[in-house]
Design a protein around this ligand. Structure first.
Ligand code: AMP
Length: 278
């Protein structure tokens, strides 16, 4: 596996592969990789002739400079994991390669980006949509792999790819979890041991609410019980616990076929998100 840091070097490699008729898969990440990321790489490896992974901690999608500063960075270990996963090329550009002087374009998605993460992290999805559009154009990938862990992001990417007619198939991959149910996340590394022990309560609360709603409980009461359980477990703050349509991301008052439960909450200064199908 080769690592390249410029768009020119990336394009050169991909153009040669495409000339041979190879199907290209891309796995965009912010690094500090775990088994969840490797699940995306494995899916790309299965489907595509050549796999490009990207590592870029995108300043534009952080609404909080401290969060950006303390986001884990460990490219050497990441590169070793990607090599073992069969990735052909790692694109790990510096910020100025992605946002050169004079950069003045933003991709803004409405619809599925409006609520939840969009409402609680101003500018976040503009940053995501802009960098994902750029990464898709830079890599010229045929297929792009995203995790259901960030379900709303996956729908925002599907929306922008459809709306901008980008020639790429978006593939969603299931959320990988620790044995205790905690969704794998680079942010989990920031949890002290006591907080790490409390963290599975987020998924547990969503699972209990889903079971209650499925068996006919009032949606408002089930969401209220989930909020109470998350706070009782030691989370200091809840951004949202919502039942939403899985495509539009609009809140729904009653369970439908595509409904999902979504939560974001703060534990030990770390913001954790999760979602499950109803
Ligand atoms: P990140 O590095 O956190 O930006 O994530 C890069 C990609 O990996 C995104 O498409 C995420 O949705 C996906 N991802 C992160 N964690 C998981 C997980 N636990 N299971 C599946 N996909 C994940």
């Amino acid at each position: 596996m080769r690592t390249v840091r410029t768009v020119a070097a990336l394009r050169k490699a991909v153009t040669a592969w495409k000339a041979d008729g190879a199907a290209i898969g891309v796995v965009p990440t912010m690094g500090a990789l775990h088994a969840g990321h490797l699940g995306l790489a494995a899916a790309a490896r299965r489907d595509c002739d050549r796999v490009v992974a990207t590592i870029f901690v995108n300043p534009a999608q952080f609404d909080n400079p401290e969060d950006l500063a303390r986001y884990p960075r460990r490219e050497r270990a990441d590169a070793a994991m990607l090599r073992r996963a069969g990735v052909d090329l790692l694109f790990a550009p510096p910020p100025e390669e992605v946002y050169p002087a004079g950069f003045a374009t933003t991709v803004h998605v409405g619809g599925p980006a409006a609520r939840m993460e969009g409402a609680h992290r101003p500018g976040h999805f503009d940053g995501v949509a802009t960098v994902v559009t750029k990464l898709l154009m830079m890599t010229m990938a045929d297929r792009a792999y995203f995790g259901e862990k960030d379900w709303q992001q996956l729908q925002v990417v599907r929306r922008l790819v459809a709306d901008l007619n980008l020639p790429v198939a978006v593939v969603g991959c299931p959320t990988l979890r620790e044995a205790d149910g905690l969704a794998m996340s680079s942010r989990n590394r920031g949890l002290a041991p006591a907080a790490r022990a409390a963290a599975p309560a987020l998924h547990a609360a969503l699972s209990e609410a889903a079971a209650a709603i499925r068996s006919g409980a009032d949606v408002g009461a089930a969401l209220g019980a989930a909020r109470a359980a998350i706070l009782a477990a030691g989370f200091e703050r809840i951004d949202y616990v919502d039942l939403c349509d899985g495509l539009s991301l609009e809140p729904v008052a009653a369970p439908g076929a595509a409904a999902r439960l979504f939560a974001a909450a703060w534990l030990d200064g770390v913001r954790l998100i999760d979602n499950i199908a109803l």
